[in-house]
Design a protein. Structure first.
Length: 591
């Protein structure tokens, strides 16, 4: 919404910058220094939506406020916006960050989109939702069609950015739901949905049990002994099981985020410390810091150059090797990105895990406290329980989903033997249909295709893309980054230090105590290094991302969702403002 003081013609004749508002449940003034009465602004919003519903299309409306009454003076249809999709990377930066290889895209996106369609259909009763409409790849980056999600929320009378607010804790500390006919009608459907989930914890426990059993059964199978058809059959079967796994993972994320938001709001109203009263969860899926702390004494005196293979061959070190193998058995499914099975997990990179153990935290994370009083402590335990299920489900999902890597590497090995690929890992540059054709239909065009895609992905590294893309045409790609980078403040504080740009866990060896850790995204696998950092800058992530949570617990500033952060030059001096979400490059641009 835009406004100027005086006649509207001043916009054209004088070239004024109007007051520009973003109308969400929390009013945001984007440009200008004026201030309009909020009652007037919300009246404009309500009337705009009523007119849009009545005309059935997007509108350009002009209005005048004379100090007493609001007058509508013109209405035009915006035909160019009809059916225009709105893609954002806000959600994907948290759950599917970085450049996504074609095979990972063709597996992950259908799995999660089908899970979302199942959930939204149960919640709304709609049968017209299509999984293929929920996500799109631009320059090998994932964008989710929030315009499609917004249609669902708006039809229920809820904020169109409900998903980002619930899961990523964006858009302020509260959500305002104004009673409208749409919202009142949708509440009945929501109550039916909640009633269907009344045995929620037992349902999740059953899903966890089934997924673990399926994982153990698949893990015992000799993939080399399978025929080509049987191997593809196993992949198709895993696809179906993974949809169920993704469905319960999404449910756990949504329910945990909602309960956490309510809990945080409850504490804030009473002036209590959220971080201090958020109980740490453990068990399957918890952070590995406690295990790292237990193992650290075994690895402190090891030669830093000693490899995993050399360690296991060293006499007198059998117990240390066994400890490492036990750790990998429990946490070996973690990697830089749990949703990208093309990335080698910890179990395939034991030398990296040795580095993690050598650099495991000396600094303790902040201790959480039990709330006082039966009511408050009961709420605290329930919030922690929901978070625990989120972490457990996420861990089991990652472990189960990671089976795709073994299946497809076996496909890649067979294609190398037949001269259709040069390396087994090139299979990740084909999509699922191309893999099927290469293996079962003797299609021989895969090698030239993967070579061209490898070159293309290399060429597109480091480009800057907007957070929102309208329509299905990719925007122009560029590499410019300003001297002041803006992001989302996620852990308060100020810090000045040298940037250490880390593109993968293997680069962590160069991290020194006090460096500003600059990362593309954060998964559980990154967290053991945070105790060395003076501050953290992440190109992606939200307030509930791992980098944000761990930074707050260590008491160091953090700024997440910083576009172009990975374009910073290694070693440049940065000033971090963890309150305003600014990353200032001191002196040279550092690019």
């Amino acid at each position: 919404m835009e406004a100027v003081e005086g006649e509207g013609s001043r916009l054209v004749q004088e070239g004024l910058t109007p007051w520009r508002y973003e109308m969400t449940s929390d009013l945001v003034l984007l440009t200008g220094e004026g201030e309009l009465d909020r009652k007037v602004l919300w009246e404009v919003v309500r009337t705009t939506f009523r007119l849009r519903d009545r005309t059935g299309g997007e509108l350009d409306l002009e209005w005048v406020y004379d100090g007493r009454r609001l007058h509508w003076v013109q209405m035009r249809g915006l035909t160019g916006l009809k059916g225009l999709d709105r893609y954002t990377n806000t959600f994907s930066k948290e759950f599917l960050p970085g450049m996504i290889k074609p095979l990972v895209w063709s597996i992950n996106v259908p799995i999660n989109s089908r899970a979302w369609v199942r959930l939204l259909s149960e919640l709304t009763g709609r049968k017209d939702l299509r999984a293929e409409n929920l996500a799109k790849s631009f320059y090998y980056r994932a964008y989710f069609n929030m315009g499609e999600f917004a249609k669902v929320w708006e039809a229920m009378g809820m904020p169109d950015d409900l998903l980002e607010r619930m899961v990523l804790m964006q858009g302020g500390g509260k959500m305002v739901f104004r009673p409208t006919p749409k919202l009142i009608l949708s509440l009945g459907r929501v109550m039916l949905f909640l009633w269907s989930k009344r045995r929620w914890f037992s349902d999740v426990e059953a899903a966890l049990h089934d997924l673990r059993s399926d994982y153990e059964e698949r893990l015992q199978e000799d993939l080399v002994a399978l025929s080509d058809g049987e191997l593809m059959g196993r992949i198709e079967g895993l696809l179906e099981t993974a949809v169920t796994s993704a469905y319960y993972t999404v449910l756990c994320i949504m329910s945990s985020s909602l309960v956490t938001r309510i809990w945080h709001r409850f504490l804030q109203r009473r002036g209590l410390d959220v971080n201090l009263l958020s109980l740490r969860t453990g068990g399957d899926g918890g952070y590995p810091e406690e295990r790292l702390k237990e193992l650290r004494p075994y690895f402190q005196d090891l030669d830093p150059q000693l490899t995993y293979r050399e360690l296991c061959r060293t006499k007198g070190r059998e117990d240390v090797c066994m400890k490492l193998q036990e750790f990998l058995a429990e946490y070996g499914h973690y990697s830089e990105s749990g949703n990208d099975f093309s990335v080698p997990p910890w179990r395939e990179t034991p030398d990296l895990v040795l580095d993690i153990l050598r650099m495991s935290p000396e600094r303790e994370r902040a201790k959480s406290e039990r709330a006082r009083g039966p009511f408050l402590s009961g709420l605290q335990l329930q919030e922690a329980k929901f978070r625990s299920y989120r972490e457990r489900m996420g861990s089991v999902y990652t472990r189960h989903y990671g089976l795709f890597r073994g299946y497809f590497l076996e496909v890649g090995r067979r294609l190398v033997e037949r001269g259709r690929l040069e390396r087994a890992d090139q299979v990740f540059l084909l999509d699922l249909e191309e893999v099927r054709d290469s293996l079962l239909k003797e299609w021989g065009g895969g090698l030239s295709l993967v070579v061209s895609r490898e070159e293309e992905m290399e060429r597109l590294k480091g480009i800057c893309l907007p957070s929102v893309i309208f329509g299905n045409e990719p925007p122009p790609a560029h590499r410019e980054v300003s001297n002041v980078l803006k992001g989302t403040p996620s852990s308060g504080g100020y810090y000045r230090g040298r940037a250490r740009v880390v593109k993968g866990l293997a680069d962590m060896k160069s991290l020194e105590k006090g460096d500003v850790l600059v990362i593309p995204y954060s998964d559980v696998g990154w967290t053991p290094f945070f105790h060395l950092a003076g501050a953290v800058v992440s190109e992606s992530g939200g307030i509930l991302s791992h980098s944000a949570i761990i930074a707050r617990e260590y008491g160091i500033p953090a700024v997440v969702s910083v576009p172009g952060a990975m374009g910073l030059r290694d070693g440049v001096v940065l000033e971090i403002d963890g309150y305003r979400g600014e990353v200032i490059v001191v002196g040279d641009s550092g690019l």
